[in-house]
Design a protein around this ligand. Structure first.
Ligand SMILES: Cc1cc2nc3c(=O)[nH]c(=O)nc-3n(C[C@H](O)[C@H](O)[C@H](O)COP(=O)(O)OP(=O)(O)OC[C@H]3O[C@@H](n4cnc5c(N)ncnc54)[C@H](O)[C@@H]3O)c2cc1C
Length: 292
């Protein structure tokens, strides 16, 4: 029987536990730091303590030493920056292949998106594999005390914290998203989207060019094959053409509303509701109509 290892750096790992449960076998949670130790739901819990003033990433070698993937096991981690750093150490120590954006995890196979999400490769789990998956969702049940992990991490301390100017996003957990694309021609125009997002209680997100090209958004705000994957109740795509590299990240949204001045824009083929129009006119009208 193959098992699932869940490396957690925060308590909202419901989506990871669900994937592990669906595979059968045991779900072994490696909880890194105090926050992650609050997550319930594992069959076995290993606790990795993180001393005050130490970054989570510093205990990566301790985590790697306590994850013990056997052939056929799956190691799941979230996609936050600390998760990814620790995932690298786990994969390197055990020689695991790494995949991200995986949609389907079964007992003996996983399906990995290829070519920007337009195809999927089925990989059978003869060996162990590490999957980086968006972690979200509360866990059920009491958190177990867990077995303490022994070992030393790197001698790193946090010498200062610069919180930056933007709030960190947890887009996979968002129920409403207003996503902006290159239809916005100046950074100042984003205020129109921000006003709508505030009025309907939505998170702001974007297509990749607005994060990696113009730098108007931090990188954790873009949606797509190389960004976040989301499944909100409502996804408003504003000035986004709808290339597959973007839509693969939002296709699981319950209701998609597209706003685009080009009636031929491919995003309309993904949309439940389409508004053909100039975002400069449509957004203020929507904000006025939907605002609380
Ligand atoms: C390897 C690889 C990975 C990639 N990964 C991602 C990814 O993860 N996420 C991602 O988003 N992209 C990704 N891309 C880029 C992707 O291919 C597209 O280039 C990108 O998604 C286009 O962004 P956009 O829709 O904002 O811009 P555009 O394609 O330029 O579309 C802008 C849209 O705005 C509309 N518009 C213009 N003016 C207005 C107006 N006034 N009012 C209303 N609408 C207007 C236009 O009609 C157009 O449809 C990737 C590309 C590669 C090669």
């Amino acid at each position: 029987m193959s098992n699932t290892w869940v490396v957690a750096t925060q308590p909202a790992i419901g989506s990871l536990l669900e994937l592990g449960r669906a595979r059968g076998g045991d779900v072994i949670v490696v909880a890194v730091g105090d926050a992650a130790a609050k997550a319930g739901g594992g069959d076995r819990v290993i606790r990795v303590e993180v001393a005050a003033g130490t970054p989570l990433e510093a205990v990566a070698p301790v985590v790697a030493a306590h994850v013990d993937p056997q052939p056929g096991d799956v190691v799941l981690t979230g996609s936050g920056s600390a998760d990814r750093a620790i995932a690298g150490a786990v994969a390197a120590r055990h020689g695991l292949p790494v995949a991200r954006g995986v949609n389907h995890v079964a007992t003996d196979e996983v399906r990995v998106p290829r070519y920007g999400g337009i195809a999927e490769e089925t990989v059978s789990l003869e060996k162990a594999i590490l999957l980086v998956v968006d972690a979200h969702g509360e866990t059920e049940g009491e958190a177990a005390a867990g077995e303490p992990a022994e070992g030393d991490g790197y001698a790193a301390t946090i010498s200062g914290i610069d919180p930056g100017t933007s709030q960190q996003a947890n887009l996979p957990a968002a129920r409403r998203i207003v996503a902006c694309g290159r239809g916005f021609k100046a950074e100042s125009e984003l205020q129109l989207a921000s006003d709508l997002a505030v009025s309907i209680g939505a998170e702001l997100a974007c297509s990749r060019p607005l994060a990696e090209g113009s730098g108007w958004f931090p990188r954790d705000r873009y949606i797509g094959v190389s960004g976040s994957r989301v499944a909100p109740d409502i996804y408003l795509a504003v000035g986004i053409s709808g290339q597959v590299q973007h839509t693969v990240g939002m296709k699981d949204s319950r209701v998609v509303v597209a706003i685009n001045s080009d009636p031929q824009a491919p995003i309309f083929t993904q949309a439940d509701y389409g508004i053909v129009g100039d975002l400069h006119e449509v957004l203020p009208a929507l904000t006025a109509a939907l605002g609380r």
